[in-house]
Design a binder for this molecule. Structure first.
Ligand SMILES: Cc1cc2nc3c(=O)[nH]c(=O)nc-3n(C[C@H](O)[C@H](O)[C@H](O)COP(=O)(O)OP(=O)(O)OC[C@H]3O[C@@H](n4cnc5c(N)ncnc54)[C@H](O)[C@@H]3O)c2cc1C
Length: 568
């Protein structure tokens, strides 16, 4: 039987990372649920066994139901009927299969009918679903909205909305408007408090909303009349049962066809406030988007894995000049670079998920008791790391997923341009990953803080201290040389005291940092599993070559050259 979880050794390898012992202990609060819920784990081994079994179920649904439906869904797509979205037949079947398996709302606490899973296995599930059908992965992944309800809404709202996910309710995150895209501070959809009905009312239009006709929607709206910036925005939860939002149209898109992208009209739509007024964008949406960015990172890794599998299979079967094309250096180099990059971005993805797990677990514990000094420090460190690793993961995996899908088409030659092969769909699906949840340029805007504040550098120096076998030592030295060079270039750019120059080189510096960090992570992977040494070797030499181009460019660049780039 095909299974997308068990056919990829990388996943169990990352699931069994040594830090998971800490993640699980914190998440399960020393396994206290075992006395109350008979499905709660008794200890670490029990919890890990549970994650493994659930991922195996998801892996099997992905291989047997979702992936086989992907082509038909791509052709059929959703449609709007009388202001409501009707999913493609296969999308409905996919959703029912996952709902029946009880894996929607999988990381919510058990008291809200969740499985209390940490982020690591949840992100893994997102990767699996994305490999099967990246468009459907959006519908499934919008359960992230529940995480925002869990973290910031009142107990009353949690009890009302969270258990519905497990019964199959879908969600939407309604932020974007025609004039508010990257700049969400410009959101105009109006929220006013209706004294007679004792409820908030929403009026206005939202654009590009994935799964906009969902049962549960989180809506960013301007609650403070007369304001024009982010501090006048609040977050609301809207229940579709109110019947006050219509879908005006769905977009005709390049890819991810199974995921309906809606234009929504809110007419006196009753909605409930989440948390406090004015905190909508600056606190709650920032947190929601960080979770969603990790989700897009997983989506990108899943698409890249699917594209790689297709390319490898095709190259091993297609013969030209009397041999299979995977015997030509030009082709096998492409295939190996794809594989090594996927391994690197996956290591970065799960490292980030562990930071997120630890800081979220401490935050929940802190709601019940005062944290000790050491615990507070651990919370702070992991929050800081999660904050700067998340945009890095989103940037790198989405950009690499695009280039991997591009190479996968190339390996198929003319066949890759024809709709008979799945790689054509994967190429189209890949394109959105570097656009939504903040474009790559916006990820750089977030990640550059990690460069200028020295947080990435400090973490690289921390990684350098890890114990390694002697045969990996030369790779550590190469990474230390890259880090010294990175430190020097960053210092030069910062010393110029010109913020435009910093912005100009920002992507180069973030990408240099990412290469070094992923190099270390692959080295650590090789320390745990000797067969991974070859990937670390290949990746570090790729990083040396790529970073030297970027470093050389920064070193030779003069500030006055900025003017040459300006568009008149
Ligand atoms: C298929 C799809 C699904 C979507 N799903 C959702 C959803 O579920 N919910 C939701 O709320 N939104 C959703 N969106 C909206 C999406 O998040 C936005 O399209 C995206 O954030 C970019 O905004 P924009 O399209 O207005 O582009 P713009 O903001 O107009 O950007 C245009 C270009 O300018 C660049 N740019 C803008 N500002 C800067 C800056 N400060 N520095 C450097 N470069 C900059 C951008 O990188 C981009 O290259 C979806 C969009 C699509 C296409």
């Amino acid at each position: 039987m095909a299974n997308f979880y068990t056919d990829n050794k990388d996943l169990r390898f990352h699931l069994n990372h040594p830090v998971m012992r800490k993640v699980v202990r914190l998440k399960e609060m020393d396994y206290r649920d075992r006395n109350q819920y008979d499905w709660a784990p008794h200890d670490y081994e029990d919890a890990m066994d549970n994650y493994d079994r659930v991922l195996e179920i998801i892996g099997s649904i992905c291989a047997d139901v979702i992936a086989p439906n992907a082509e038909d869904v791509d052709h059929e797509g959703p449609e709007v009927v009388d202001g409501r979205v009707r999913y493609a037949h296969g999308t409905q079947e996919n959703h029912e299969a996952l709902t029946k398996a009880g894996v929607i709302g999988m990381n919510f606490p058990r008291r809200y009918d969740g499985l209390n899973f940490p982020m690591v296995p949840y992100v893994m599930a997102a990767e699996l679903v994305s490999r099967a059908d990246a468009g459907f992965a959006n519908i499934w992944g919008l359960q992230d909205c529940g995480e925002t309800i869990l973290e910031f809404a009142s107990e009353e709202l949690k009890e009302e909305f969270l258990p519905r996910f497990n019964r199959g309710a879908t969600a939407a995150m309604a932020l974007t408007e025609p004039d508010a895209g990257s700049d969400l501070q410009a959101v105009q959809l109006k929220a006013h408090y209706d004294e007679t009905r004792s409820t908030w009312m929403l009026n206005g239009v939202k654009r590009f909303i994935t799964n906009g006709d969902a049962e549960i929607s989180l809506v960013l709206a301007r609650s403070e009349e007369g304001t024009t910036d982010g501090r006048g925005l609040s977050l609301f939860v809207y229940d579709k049962a109110e019947g006050a939002v219509t879908v005006r149209r769905i977009e005709n898109k390049m890819g991810i066809k199974s995921s309906p992208t809606c234009e929504l009209v809110f007419r006196n739509a009753p909605a409930r406030l989440i948390g406090e007024r004015r905190m909508g964008l600056i606190k709650y949406v920032m947190s929601l988007m960080n979770d969603a960015r990790l989700g897009v990172g997983a989506q990108a890794v899943g698409i890249a894995q699917a594209a790689y599998e297709e390319a490898r299979k095709y190259a091993s079967e297609r013969k030209q000049f009397g041999k299979t094309i995977d015997q030509f250096p030009a082709v096998y180099e492409m295939l190996t670079r794809m594989r090594v990059r996927i391994e690197a971005m996956r290591s970065l993805l799960y490292e980030t998920a562990r930071f997120v797990d630890i800081y979220k677990a401490w935050s929940f514990i802190s709601e019940e008791r005062k944290l000790e000094k050491e615990e507070r420090n651990d919370l702070k460190t992991n929050t800081r790391l999660a904050d700067i690793y998340t945009p890095m993961v989103k940037l790198i995996s989405s950009e690499w997923c695009n280039s991997i899908a591009y190479d996968a088409v190339q390996i198929h030659g003319g066949a890759g341009f024809i709709k008979d092969f799945p790689v054509e769909r994967l190429y189209r699906d890949a394109r959105i990953t570097s656009i939504y949840e903040g474009t790559s340029q916006l990820q750089v805007v977030a990640a550059i803080r990690g460069v200028t504040t020295g947080v990435y550098l400090a973490q690289m120096r921390e990684y350098e201290k890890t114990e390694l076998r002697p045969e990996l030592e030369h790779l550590r030295k190469m990474l230390i040389t890259l880090t010294d060079d990175y430190e020097k270039r960053v210092a030069e750019v910062v010393a110029a005291g010109n913020s435009e120059l910093t912005d100009f080189h920002a992507r180069r510096m973030v990408e240099m940092a990412a290469n070094i960090i992923m190099g270390h992570l692959l080295l650590h992977d090789a320390q745990r599993d000797t067969v991974r040494a070859a990937s670390a070797e290949l990746f570090v030499s790729m990083a040396v070559s790529e970073n030297s181009t970027r470093s050389g460019y920064i070193a030779g660049f003069e500030e006055k050259e900025l003017g040459l780039f300006k568009v008149n």
